[in-house]
Design a protein around this ligand. Structure first.
Ligand SMILES: [Zn+2]
Length: 342
């Protein structure tokens, strides 16, 4: 098993975000990654290097104008003469084509979906290497690897084709899935983060070659709020290739595991060639984002369930905000996921 990580992902350091009616202190901070690295250090696995696949696999999923915005917005923002905040943020939202995109504030109104994905000086660098980390693991599966874990930051599953949101900028799962499609006919994405990955859902909603199955907290009054219900099943060719398993808030570990089993059953029926697992540690009982109660031991059980698919699998570590438990929880996952060493 390989564990992929690129150090430039540490540079992204959001200063604040706006959610549920108030400005908040960032939960998605570099210290999270330090905790994950400690778990790897005490495991039997080293870190594998990340390669640079360039921009094309990114723009195969994302709108070019959006990618250009992510790359250039901070500098344009800094060049404004007004009294601007340190990070690119917006309080104006005009996502449709009536927005002529003149000026960085108009672009922010177009390309930022909510108040939780500010763009700072190093955001693009970290976002880019987060996507490359995911692509390196995808390439590993193309080359015959059976298992890998990606330490990615910022996360990706809320990023849409042309909009950042929910701490996410580029959709690493979708970018990996699209890259995997260069060889494999059928890719399944299983998402067990606390939140529904509406970005992944939206990108593949009309496709039958990439299945999306998500277990998450009910989106009623919980991010992403406007997507993640059971009756969102895909459209056209993609109908029934999108499966949502929302859990009531306050669900037990057993309810989480039962829903994971249901999601895995759908994945098995699809008979994928490869699997991308979006892993969120924000389902952990004491996580500030948790709406269910998974224990540390529960991550070993979750990992064993994913492994039981017996299909080449890459794992993207995404959510998880209780920094002091991230090391233990990743360690628990690795124990359940890794095939016994030969
Ligand atoms: Zn999450």
């Amino acid at each position: 098993m390989k564990i992929y990580y690129h150090p430039l992902q540490m540079l992204h350091k959001p200063l604040s975000y706006f959610s549920r009616g108030k400005m908040r202190q960032p939960q998605e901070k570099p210290e999270r990654m330090e905790a994950f690295l400690q778990a790897v250090e005490k495991s039997a696995y080293g870190l594998s290097e990340v390669s640079d696949f360039g921009i094309t696999p990114i723009t195969n999923v994302h709108d070019l104008g959006y990618v250009h915005f992510l790359k250039t917005a901070y500098q344009e923002w800094q060049d404004l003469p007004e009294d601007m905040g340190e990070e690119v943020q917006t309080s104006v939202y005009v996502p449709d084509d009536s927005n002529p995109l003149i000026g960085v504030m108009a672009k922010a109104a177009r390309y930022l979906a909510d108040g939780s994905s500010p763009i700072g000086e190093h955001t693009w660098t970290s976002v880019y290497w987060s996507a490359q980390t995911s692509l390196t693991a995808a390439q590993g599966l193309l080359d015959g690897e059976q298992q890998s874990i990606c330490l990615t930051r910022p996360a990706g599953h809320h990023a849409r084709k042309d909009r950042a949101g929910g701490f996410c900028y580029l959709n690493n799962a979708a970018i990996a899935a699209e890259h995997l499609r260069s060889k494999y006919a059928k890719v399944a994405i299983i998402d067990t983060d606390m939140h529904h990955g509406q970005g992944i859902q939206e990108i593949f909603y009309e496709r039958d070659d990439v299945l999306y199955a998500s277990v998450h907290g009910s989106p009623v009054n919980f991010y992403p709020v406007v997507a993640g219900h059971e009756n969102e099943r895909g459209r056209g060719r993609g109908f029934m290739y999108n499966h949502n398993f929302p859990m009531p808030h306050g669900s037990s570990e057993q309810v989480f595991m039962d829903n994971v089993d249901k999601a895995l059953e759908v994945v098995r029926t699809f008979e994928p060639d490869v699997v991308v697992h979006v892993l969120g540690f924000d389902v952990y009982v004491d996580d500030p984002q948790a709406k269910c109660a998974v224990s540390t031991q529960g991550f070993t059980e979750l990992a064993a369930k994913i492994r039981s698919l017996n299909v080449p699998t890459m794992v993207l570590v995404e959510g998880g905000y209780l920094v002091e438990k991230l090391e233990d929880n990743l360690d628990a996952f690795i124990q359940g996921f890794a095939q016994p060493q030969a």
